[in-house]
Write a protein that binds this ligand. Sequence first.
Ligand code: NDP
Length: 329
Amino acid sequence: MPYTAAKDRYTKIPYKRCGKSGIKLPIISLGLWHNFGDVDVYENSRKMLLTAFDNGITHFDLANNYGPSPGSAEETFGKVMEKDLKPYRDHLIISSKAGYWMWDGPYGEWGSRKYLISSCDQSLKRMGLDYVDIFYHHRPDYETPLEESMMALDQIVRSGKALYAGISNYPADRTAEAAKIMRELGTPLLIHQPKYSMFERWIEPELISTLASVGMGAIVFSPLAQGLLTDKYIDGIPDNSRAAKSSGFLQVDEITEERINKVKALKEIAAERGQSIAQLAISWVLRHDEVTSALIGASKVEHVLELIRVQDKLEFTEDELIKIDEILK
Ligand code: NDP
Protein backbone atom coordinates (compact mmCIF):
# COMPACT_ATOMS: atom_id res chain seq x y z
CA MET A 1 0.00 0.00 0.00
CA PRO A 2 1.48 3.41 -0.86
CA TYR A 3 1.84 5.65 2.18
CA THR A 4 -0.49 8.60 2.59
CA ALA A 5 0.22 11.01 5.43
CA ALA A 6 -2.51 11.58 8.02
CA LYS A 7 -4.61 14.55 6.94
CA ASP A 8 -4.99 15.87 10.50
CA ARG A 9 -1.25 15.76 11.28
CA TYR A 10 -0.87 19.52 11.68
CA THR A 11 -3.40 19.56 14.51
CA LYS A 12 -1.36 17.18 16.66
CA ILE A 13 1.58 19.24 17.94
CA PRO A 14 2.47 22.91 18.38
CA TYR A 15 5.10 24.59 16.18
CA LYS A 16 7.45 27.16 17.63
CA ARG A 17 9.46 29.86 15.88
CA CYS A 18 13.17 29.15 15.75
CA GLY A 19 14.97 32.22 17.09
CA LYS A 20 14.41 35.28 14.90
CA SER A 21 13.85 33.34 11.70
CA GLY A 22 11.03 32.44 9.38
CA ILE A 23 11.16 28.77 10.39
CA LYS A 24 8.85 27.08 12.87
CA LEU A 25 9.76 23.67 14.24
CA PRO A 26 7.57 21.10 15.98
CA ILE A 27 8.21 21.17 19.73
CA ILE A 28 9.29 17.53 19.39
CA SER A 29 11.70 16.48 16.63
CA LEU A 30 12.97 12.97 15.92
CA GLY A 31 16.67 12.13 15.69
CA LEU A 32 18.17 9.13 13.89
CA TRP A 33 21.35 8.66 15.96
CA HIS A 34 20.32 5.23 17.28
CA ASN A 35 17.88 2.62 15.90
CA PHE A 36 18.00 3.67 12.22
CA GLY A 37 21.27 2.03 11.15
CA ASP A 38 21.90 -1.03 9.02
CA VAL A 39 22.12 -3.12 12.23
CA ASP A 40 18.48 -2.23 13.00
CA VAL A 41 15.19 -3.56 11.63
CA TYR A 42 14.31 -1.38 8.64
CA GLU A 43 10.55 -1.79 8.97
CA ASN A 44 10.68 -0.55 12.60
CA SER A 45 12.76 2.49 11.62
CA ARG A 46 10.34 3.24 8.78
CA LYS A 47 7.30 2.92 11.05
CA MET A 48 8.80 5.34 13.58
CA LEU A 49 9.46 7.92 10.89
CA LEU A 50 5.99 7.66 9.38
CA THR A 51 4.26 7.64 12.78
CA ALA A 52 6.20 10.74 13.72
CA PHE A 53 5.20 12.50 10.50
CA ASP A 54 1.57 11.42 10.89
CA ASN A 55 1.66 13.08 14.32
CA GLY A 56 2.98 16.40 13.09
CA ILE A 57 6.72 15.83 13.57
CA THR A 58 8.05 17.58 10.50
CA HIS A 59 11.70 17.64 11.53
CA PHE A 60 14.11 14.70 11.26
CA ASP A 61 17.69 15.13 12.43
CA LEU A 62 20.63 13.19 11.00
CA ALA A 63 24.41 13.38 10.76
CA ASN A 64 26.99 11.89 8.44
CA ASN A 65 28.11 9.33 11.03
CA TYR A 66 24.76 8.06 12.40
CA GLY A 67 24.35 4.32 12.18
CA PRO A 68 26.00 2.02 12.90
CA SER A 69 27.55 1.60 10.38
CA PRO A 70 28.41 5.29 9.90
CA GLY A 71 26.27 6.71 7.10
CA SER A 72 23.65 3.98 7.27
CA ALA A 73 21.03 6.09 9.10
CA GLU A 74 21.15 8.52 6.17
CA GLU A 75 20.73 5.56 3.81
CA THR A 76 17.74 4.27 5.80
CA PHE A 77 16.23 7.74 5.72
CA GLY A 78 16.92 7.94 1.97
CA LYS A 79 14.99 4.70 1.43
CA VAL A 80 11.97 5.96 3.39
CA MET A 81 12.18 9.25 1.53
CA GLU A 82 12.17 7.48 -1.83
CA LYS A 83 9.42 5.01 -0.95
CA ASP A 84 7.09 7.04 1.26
CA LEU A 85 7.98 10.65 1.95
CA LYS A 86 8.96 11.94 -1.49
CA PRO A 87 5.61 13.67 -2.14
CA TYR A 88 6.04 15.48 1.20
CA ARG A 89 9.55 16.90 0.69
CA ASP A 90 8.31 20.48 1.05
CA HIS A 91 6.63 19.55 4.35
CA LEU A 92 9.87 18.36 5.93
CA ILE A 93 12.83 19.92 7.70
CA ILE A 94 15.72 17.48 7.25
CA SER A 95 19.08 18.19 8.85
CA SER A 96 22.52 16.68 8.66
CA LYS A 97 25.91 17.48 10.19
CA ALA A 98 29.62 17.01 9.86
CA GLY A 99 32.27 17.32 12.54
CA TYR A 100 32.98 13.89 14.01
CA TRP A 101 35.04 11.13 12.37
CA MET A 102 33.57 9.92 9.12
CA TRP A 103 36.47 8.67 7.03
CA ASP A 104 40.17 8.02 7.50
CA GLY A 105 42.86 10.57 6.80
CA PRO A 106 43.21 14.27 7.54
CA TYR A 107 40.02 15.35 5.71
CA GLY A 108 37.43 13.06 7.35
CA GLU A 109 36.57 14.97 10.57
CA TRP A 110 36.65 18.34 12.44
CA GLY A 111 35.96 21.66 10.68
CA SER A 112 37.94 22.32 7.51
CA ARG A 113 36.20 23.65 4.43
CA LYS A 114 37.44 20.53 2.61
CA TYR A 115 35.73 18.17 5.09
CA LEU A 116 32.47 20.09 5.60
CA ILE A 117 31.70 20.55 1.92
CA SER A 118 32.63 17.02 0.81
CA SER A 119 30.77 15.49 3.76
CA CYS A 120 27.64 17.49 2.89
CA ASP A 121 27.86 16.15 -0.68
CA GLN A 122 28.17 12.59 0.63
CA SER A 123 25.15 13.03 2.95
CA LEU A 124 22.99 14.33 0.10
CA LYS A 125 23.91 11.28 -2.01
CA ARG A 126 23.13 8.83 0.81
CA MET A 127 19.72 10.44 1.42
CA GLY A 128 18.96 10.93 -2.27
CA LEU A 129 18.23 14.62 -1.66
CA ASP A 130 19.05 17.76 -3.64
CA TYR A 131 19.37 19.76 -0.44
CA VAL A 132 19.03 19.51 3.33
CA ASP A 133 17.07 22.11 5.23
CA ILE A 134 19.72 22.60 7.91
CA PHE A 135 23.40 21.75 7.74
CA TYR A 136 25.39 21.87 10.98
CA HIS A 137 28.97 22.02 12.04
CA HIS A 138 28.71 19.19 14.59
CA ARG A 139 31.37 20.24 17.10
CA PRO A 140 33.80 23.12 17.60
CA ASP A 141 37.28 22.74 16.12
CA TYR A 142 39.88 24.93 17.81
CA GLU A 143 42.64 24.11 15.31
CA THR A 144 40.74 25.36 12.25
CA PRO A 145 40.07 29.10 12.00
CA LEU A 146 36.42 29.67 12.86
CA GLU A 147 36.13 31.84 9.74
CA GLU A 148 37.02 28.83 7.57
CA SER A 149 34.31 26.59 9.07
CA MET A 150 31.73 29.38 8.88
CA MET A 151 32.66 30.28 5.29
CA ALA A 152 32.13 26.61 4.40
CA LEU A 153 28.62 26.69 5.96
CA ASP A 154 27.91 29.94 4.11
CA GLN A 155 29.03 28.39 0.83
CA ILE A 156 26.94 25.25 1.43
CA VAL A 157 23.86 27.46 1.83
CA ARG A 158 24.71 29.73 -1.10
CA SER A 159 25.28 26.77 -3.40
CA GLY A 160 21.78 25.49 -2.58
CA LYS A 161 22.91 22.34 -0.77
CA ALA A 162 21.30 23.57 2.47
CA LEU A 163 18.68 26.20 3.23
CA TYR A 164 19.96 27.13 6.69
CA ALA A 165 23.10 26.68 8.76
CA GLY A 166 23.53 25.58 12.37
CA ILE A 167 26.16 24.73 14.94
CA SER A 168 26.22 22.04 17.59
CA ASN A 169 28.09 21.61 20.87
CA TYR A 170 29.63 25.10 20.62
CA PRO A 171 30.12 26.86 23.98
CA ALA A 172 28.60 30.31 24.49
CA ASP A 173 31.65 32.42 23.56
CA ARG A 174 32.36 30.50 20.35
CA THR A 175 28.63 30.65 19.50
CA ALA A 176 28.64 34.44 19.77
CA GLU A 177 31.73 34.65 17.52
CA ALA A 178 30.28 32.22 14.98
CA ALA A 179 26.97 34.11 14.91
CA LYS A 180 28.79 37.39 14.25
CA ILE A 181 30.82 35.94 11.37
CA MET A 182 27.76 34.34 9.77
CA ARG A 183 25.71 37.51 10.08
CA GLU A 184 28.49 39.44 8.34
CA LEU A 185 28.63 36.80 5.61
CA GLY A 186 24.87 37.22 5.09
CA THR A 187 23.82 33.72 6.22
CA PRO A 188 22.68 34.13 9.84
CA LEU A 189 22.92 30.96 11.91
CA LEU A 190 19.43 29.52 12.42
CA ILE A 191 19.95 27.15 15.28
CA HIS A 192 22.21 25.64 17.92
CA GLN A 193 22.03 21.96 18.88
CA PRO A 194 23.30 21.46 22.45
CA LYS A 195 22.89 18.57 24.87
CA TYR A 196 20.32 19.47 27.53
CA SER A 197 18.33 17.49 30.05
CA MET A 198 17.55 17.37 33.76
CA PHE A 199 20.92 15.60 34.15
CA GLU A 200 22.91 17.96 31.89
CA ARG A 201 22.26 21.63 32.53
CA TRP A 202 25.40 23.25 31.07
CA ILE A 203 23.45 25.56 28.74
CA GLU A 204 21.63 27.37 31.55
CA PRO A 205 24.28 29.81 32.85
CA GLU A 206 25.34 31.36 29.52
CA LEU A 207 24.40 29.67 26.28
CA ILE A 208 20.65 30.33 26.53
CA SER A 209 21.08 34.07 26.96
CA THR A 210 23.69 34.16 24.18
CA LEU A 211 21.23 32.47 21.83
CA ALA A 212 18.53 34.99 22.75
CA SER A 213 20.89 37.89 22.10
CA VAL A 214 21.98 36.64 18.66
CA GLY A 215 18.47 35.55 17.64
CA MET A 216 19.16 31.82 17.29
CA GLY A 217 16.88 29.01 18.39
CA ALA A 218 17.94 25.85 20.22
CA ILE A 219 17.04 22.25 19.52
CA VAL A 220 18.20 20.26 22.52
CA PHE A 221 19.48 16.72 22.13
CA SER A 222 19.24 13.73 24.48
CA PRO A 223 16.48 15.38 26.58
CA LEU A 224 15.81 11.96 28.16
CA ALA A 225 19.54 11.49 28.91
CA GLN A 226 19.47 8.62 26.39
CA GLY A 227 16.58 6.89 28.19
CA LEU A 228 17.74 7.38 31.79
CA LEU A 229 14.94 9.91 32.36
CA THR A 230 12.23 7.29 31.87
CA ASP A 231 11.15 4.40 34.04
CA LYS A 232 13.15 1.98 31.85
CA TYR A 233 16.16 1.53 34.18
CA ILE A 234 14.42 1.72 37.59
CA ASP A 235 14.50 -2.07 38.06
CA GLY A 236 17.73 -2.85 36.20
CA ILE A 237 18.91 -2.89 32.59
CA PRO A 238 16.32 -4.39 30.24
CA ASP A 239 17.35 -6.44 27.19
CA ASN A 240 17.33 -4.41 24.02
CA SER A 241 17.69 -1.11 25.86
CA ARG A 242 20.42 1.28 24.69
CA ALA A 243 22.56 0.49 27.74
CA ALA A 244 22.34 -3.24 26.97
CA LYS A 245 23.41 -2.90 23.32
CA SER A 246 27.05 -3.07 22.29
CA SER A 247 26.41 -0.31 19.72
CA GLY A 248 24.65 1.97 22.24
CA PHE A 249 26.31 5.11 23.56
CA LEU A 250 24.75 4.87 27.03
CA GLN A 251 27.27 3.17 29.31
CA VAL A 252 26.15 0.92 32.15
CA ASP A 253 28.29 2.90 34.63
CA GLU A 254 26.22 6.03 33.87
CA ILE A 255 23.20 4.31 35.44
CA THR A 256 24.15 5.01 39.05
CA GLU A 257 22.07 4.45 42.16
CA GLU A 258 22.11 8.21 42.78
CA ARG A 259 20.59 8.89 39.36
CA ILE A 260 17.99 6.15 39.72
CA ASN A 261 16.95 7.62 43.09
CA LYS A 262 16.48 10.99 41.39
CA VAL A 263 14.42 9.37 38.66
CA LYS A 264 12.22 7.73 41.30
CA ALA A 265 11.67 11.10 43.02
CA LEU A 266 10.88 12.74 39.66
CA LYS A 267 8.35 9.99 39.00
CA GLU A 268 6.27 11.28 41.92
CA ILE A 269 6.17 14.81 40.50
CA ALA A 270 5.35 13.40 37.07
CA ALA A 271 2.47 11.37 38.56
CA GLU A 272 1.06 14.47 40.32
CA ARG A 273 1.09 16.22 36.93
CA GLY A 274 -0.55 13.23 35.22
CA GLN A 275 2.60 12.58 33.16
CA SER A 276 5.18 9.83 32.71
CA ILE A 277 8.77 10.62 33.73
CA ALA A 278 9.70 10.93 30.05
CA GLN A 279 6.89 13.44 29.43
CA LEU A 280 7.95 15.44 32.50
CA ALA A 281 11.56 15.53 31.28
CA ILE A 282 10.53 16.78 27.84
CA SER A 283 8.10 19.44 29.14
CA TRP A 284 10.88 20.63 31.46
CA VAL A 285 13.43 21.29 28.67
CA LEU A 286 10.76 23.11 26.67
CA ARG A 287 10.06 25.61 29.47
CA HIS A 288 12.63 28.09 28.07
CA ASP A 289 11.47 30.45 25.31
CA GLU A 290 14.81 29.90 23.55
CA VAL A 291 14.33 26.12 23.34
CA THR A 292 12.47 25.64 20.07
CA SER A 293 12.34 21.86 20.00
CA ALA A 294 13.20 18.79 22.07
CA LEU A 295 15.19 16.39 19.88
CA ILE A 296 14.20 12.92 20.98
CA GLY A 297 15.32 9.44 20.06
CA ALA A 298 13.08 6.38 20.01
CA SER A 299 13.40 2.64 19.55
CA LYS A 300 9.71 1.95 19.00
CA VAL A 301 6.60 3.65 17.73
CA GLU A 302 5.08 3.76 21.25
CA HIS A 303 7.90 6.07 22.40
CA VAL A 304 6.98 8.64 19.78
CA LEU A 305 3.28 8.38 20.62
CA GLU A 306 3.93 8.82 24.33
CA LEU A 307 6.22 11.84 23.93
CA ILE A 308 3.96 13.65 21.48
CA ARG A 309 1.45 14.01 24.32
CA VAL A 310 3.71 16.37 26.35
CA GLN A 311 1.80 19.24 24.81
CA ASP A 312 -1.11 18.42 27.16
CA LYS A 313 0.98 19.67 30.10
CA LEU A 314 3.75 22.07 29.18
CA GLU A 315 3.36 24.64 31.97
CA PHE A 316 5.07 24.35 35.38
CA THR A 317 4.18 26.00 38.67
CA GLU A 318 6.96 27.75 40.62
CA ASP A 319 6.51 25.14 43.30
CA GLU A 320 7.06 22.26 40.85
CA LEU A 321 10.22 23.87 39.44
CA ILE A 322 11.63 24.35 42.95
CA LYS A 323 10.89 20.74 43.86
CA ILE A 324 12.57 19.51 40.65
CA ASP A 325 15.67 21.65 41.37
CA GLU A 326 15.83 20.17 44.86
CA ILE A 327 15.78 16.64 43.45
CA LEU A 328 18.39 17.38 40.80
CA LYS A 329 20.79 19.17 43.16
P1 NDP B 1 16.85 10.76 24.17
O1 NDP B 1 17.50 11.32 25.37
O2 NDP B 1 15.46 11.16 23.83
O3 NDP B 1 16.95 9.17 24.28
C1 NDP B 1 16.26 8.33 23.41
C2 NDP B 1 16.13 6.94 24.01
O4 NDP B 1 15.31 7.01 25.17
C3 NDP B 1 15.42 5.97 23.07
O5 NDP B 1 16.31 5.37 22.17
C4 NDP B 1 14.83 5.00 24.05
O6 NDP B 1 15.84 4.13 24.54
C5 NDP B 1 14.46 5.89 25.22
N1 NDP B 1 13.06 6.36 25.16
C6 NDP B 1 12.53 7.29 24.34
N2 NDP B 1 11.23 7.48 24.61
C7 NDP B 1 10.94 6.64 25.61
C8 NDP B 1 9.77 6.38 26.32
N3 NDP B 1 8.65 7.02 26.05
N4 NDP B 1 9.81 5.46 27.32
C9 NDP B 1 10.94 4.80 27.61
N5 NDP B 1 12.10 5.01 26.96
C10 NDP B 1 12.11 5.93 25.97
O7 NDP B 1 17.66 11.17 22.87
P2 NDP B 1 18.94 10.56 22.08
O8 NDP B 1 20.08 10.40 23.00
O9 NDP B 1 18.48 9.41 21.28
O10 NDP B 1 19.25 11.76 21.11
C11 NDP B 1 18.20 12.25 20.27
C12 NDP B 1 18.78 12.83 19.02
O11 NDP B 1 19.64 13.93 19.33
C13 NDP B 1 19.68 11.90 18.20
O12 NDP B 1 18.95 10.96 17.43
C14 NDP B 1 20.41 12.89 17.35
O13 NDP B 1 19.58 13.32 16.29
C15 NDP B 1 20.63 14.05 18.33
N6 NDP B 1 21.96 14.01 18.94
C16 NDP B 1 22.84 14.99 18.61
C17 NDP B 1 24.12 15.01 19.10
C18 NDP B 1 25.04 16.11 18.73
O14 NDP B 1 26.24 16.06 19.06
N7 NDP B 1 24.55 17.13 18.06
C19 NDP B 1 24.62 13.94 19.99
C20 NDP B 1 23.60 12.98 20.34
C21 NDP B 1 22.32 13.03 19.84
P3 NDP B 1 15.97 2.60 24.08
O15 NDP B 1 16.64 2.69 22.76
O16 NDP B 1 16.82 2.03 25.18
O17 NDP B 1 14.59 2.03 24.03
